[in-house]
Design a protein around this ligand. Structure first.
Ligand SMILES: [Fe+2]
Length: 504
C-alpha cells in the first residue's frame, strides 16, 4: 500500500569536499537515510573513482583547492554524463546557479543546510536522473545536454521564483496558527489537492490533534485526535520522513472520506523532532502529486519548520528570562520575612477580583503574567530602606516610589503588552488621582492596575508586619470599602466584596 514517490533505495552517493567536517556531517546525515556515501577530499581522486564506479548522485563543493568544483563538474559530466551533480556552496547567487546548471549540475545546496533540505535535493536529483536518463547511455545524455540544460535552468528559475514567493508568504505571518494555516493553504495550491490538514503532537495526552483543516466540515474535524502510535502517523514522526501513498476510503480516521485517494503526509521538524504533520488528500482516483510539486511542498514544510523553530527558540528564551525574573522576585520577597510570597499571593487575589468582574480572558492573562513581577523594581532599593521596620522619612518614601518606574525599565526590553506593563507601572495609582507615578485618576488608570491596587492593599492588610499583626478579613474588607471611590475604583471594590477572597 505505502510507497515512496521517488526511487531512492540503494542509492550510492559520491561526496566531494575538501572540508573534513562537512564530509563527516553530510555522511552522517545521508547514511542515516540508509544511503551509501563515498567521500573524497579532492576533485582529482573523485574523477578517478568515477571511472571505476557508478553513483546515483554526486555532491560536490564549488570551492576546492586544485581542481575547482566547476572544473570537477566539467570532468564529471564527461566521465559520467548520466549521474546528476549537485553543487555545494556557502555563497549562492543566481549567477552561480545559472553557471552550475548551464554546465550540467541539476541543483545546488547552500551551506549551512538542514538535513531535511539535503534529503529533498538528493531525492529530487536521484528521481530526475532515473526519469530522464538510463545508466551508461552516454551518447544520449551528451547529445541532448544543451536542451536539457536549458530546460533545467528554466525549471530551476521557476522553482526559485516559487520558493521566493513561499518565503515571502511565510514571512508575512509570525503566529504559530497563522503559519500552520498558510503552510496548509500554499501546499494545497501547489499539489492541487482536494483536502488538507495540519496535525500537532500533544505529548501530554499522547495524541496528534488536528489544528487546522481545509475542505472538511471544519466543526467536525477541528480538534480531532489520533494516537501517536497509529500508523502511518507513527512512521512519519519516527522516521521524520514523508509518506505518499494511495489511501482507501474511510482510512486515516475519516480524513480520507472515500477513495482511493492519493495522500501525502509530510512532517515538520522542530529541534530535530517531528512534531507537526501536514496532510494533503487528493481527489478520488485523481492524478498523483508530481515530483516537482512534491519537492516544492517538502521545501515549504522545511521553511515552515524553520520558522516554527525560531518561534520556539524565542519562546524558550523569553520564558527563561521570565523564569530568571521570577527567581529574582522570590529572592526579593525572601529578603523580608514579612513579605514572603507577597507577589504571587497578590497576583492570585487580583485574578479572583478580575474573574468576579467577568473581565475578558486577556485581562486575566495580563494579571497572571505580569502580577508576580509587579514589584521587580524594588530590586534597586537598598536593604536599609526596603527592610525598615518603622515609618519612612520623606526621602525614603520617594526612593520607595521609584520602584514602579524602575520595574517598567527592567521589563522594557521584553516588549510586554501594554496591559502587562500597566500592572507594574500603575499599581500604586489612586482612583482620586493622589497616587504615583503619574497621578492618573479614574478610568485614566488602566483596569488591570485598578484591580491590582485593591489586591495589593488587601494582601498588605491581611499579612503580619513587623509593626502590627495581620488584620482580620472583616477589618480589611471594611477598610477597602471605606476607600471605595477615593483610593479604589468603586466597581473593583464591589467585585472584591463578592469575590472568593472574603469567603474564608
Ligand atoms: Fe508596589
Amino acid at each position: 500500500m505505502q510507497a515512496a514517490v521517488l526511487p531512492i533505495e540503494n542509492l550510492r552517493i559520491m561526496l566531494v569536499d575538501d572540508d573534513e567536517n562537512v564530509r563527516e556531517a553530510l555522511t552522517e546525515i545521508l547514511s542515516r537515510r540508509g544511503w551509501l556515501v563515498e567521500d573524497f577530499s579532492t576533485a582529482e581522486s573523485a574523477i578517478a573513482a568515477l571511472k571505476r564506479q557508478h553513483y546515483g548522485v554526486i555532491l560536490a563543493d564549488v570551492n576546492m583547492p586544485g581542481l575547482s568544483g566547476m572544473d570537477f563538474l566539467h570532468l564529471a559530466r564527461e566521465s559520467a554524463p548520466d549521474v546528476p551533480v549537485v553543487m555545494i556552496t556557502g555563497y549562492p547567487s543566481i549567477d552561480l546557479a545559472v553557471e552550475s546548471i548551464k554546465f550540467g549540475a541539476v541543483d545546488f545546496l547552500q551551506k549551512p543546510f538542514k538535513a531535511e533540505e539535503l534529503e529533498i535535493v538528493i531525492r529530487k536529483a536521484a528521481g530526475n536522473a532515473v526519469r530522464t536518463s538510463k545508466p551508461g547511455d552516454k551518447t544520449r545524455a551528451i547529445g541532448t545536454l544543451p536542451e536539457m540544460a536549458r530546460k533545467r535552468l528554466e525549471d530551476k528559475i521557476k522553482e526559485l521564483s516559487i520558493l521566493h514567493t513561499i518565503s515571502e508568504s511565510l514571512d508575512e505571518v509570525s503566529e504559530k496558527d497563522d503559519i500552520f494555516r498558510k503552510t496548509m493553504d500554499i501546499a494545497q495550491i501547489i499539489a492541487d489537492s482536494d483536502m488538507a490538514f495540519i496535525m500537532v503532537v500533544e505529548h501530554d495526552n499522547g495524541k496528534l490533534v488536528v489544528r487546522a483543516s481545509s475542505g472538511y466540515d471544519s466543526q467536525e474535524m477541528a480538534g480531532a485526535g489520533f494516537s501517536l502510535s497509529e500508523e502511518p502517523f507513527r512512521g512519519v514522526l519516527d522516521k521524520r520522513c514523508y509518506s505518499y501513498y494511495m489511501a482507501k476510503g474511510g482510512s486515516l480516521g475519516g480524513l480520507v472520506p472515500d477513495g482511493p485517494r492519493p495522500v501525502l503526509l509530510a512532517p515538520m521538524i522542530i529541534n530535530r523532532e517531528a512534531v507537526v504533520i501536514l496532510g494533503l488528500v487528493g481527489r478520488p482516483g485523481g492524478a498523483e502529486i508530481s515530483g516537482d510539486a512534491l519537492t516544492l511542498v517538502l521545501n515549504l514544510t522545511a521553511k515552515a519548520s524553520l520558522k516554527l523553530e525560531n518561534i520556539a527558540l524565542s519562546e524558550n528564551i523569553f520564558s527563561s528570562i521570565i523564569g530568571a525574573l521570577n527567581s529574582l522576585i522570590n529572592a526579593l520577597d525572601a529578603r523580608d520575612t514579612y513579605t514572603r510570597d507577597h507577589s504571587h499571593r497578590v497576583t492570585r487575589y487580583a485574578v479572583e477580583i478580575a474573574k468576579a468582574m467577568e473581565c475578558p480572558q486577556e485581562v486575566v492573562d495580563s494579571i497572571s503574567f505580569a502580577g508576580p513581577l509587579h514589584d521587580i523594581g524594588k530590586i534597586g532599593v537598598r536593604d536599609e530602606i526596603l527592610l525598615k521596620k518603622g515609618g519612612f522619612t520623606d526621602e525614603e518614601r520617594e526612593i520607595m516610589k521609584t520602584h514602579v518606574v524602575r520595574g517598567e525599565e527592567i521589563l522594557r526590553p521584553l516588549n510586554l503588552l501594554v496591559s502587562e506593563k500597566a500592572v507594574v507601572l500603575y499599581h500604586h495609582e489612586r482612583w482620586d488621582g493622589g497616587g504615583y507615578p503619574k497621578g492618573l485618576a479614574g478610568c485614566e488608570i488602566p483596569l488591570v492596575a485598578r484591580i491590582f491596587s485593591v489586591a495589593d492593599t488587601f494582601d498588605a492588610m491581611t499579612s503580619t508586619r513587623p509593626y502590627r499583626q495581620a488584620l482580620s478579613l472583616e477589618v480589611a474588607k471594611e477598610e477597602i470599602v471605606r476607600c471605595r471611590g477615593t483610593q479604589f475604583d468603586p466597581e473593583v471594590v464591589d467585585a472584591f466584596i463578592v469575590s472568593e477572597l472574603l469567603k474564608g
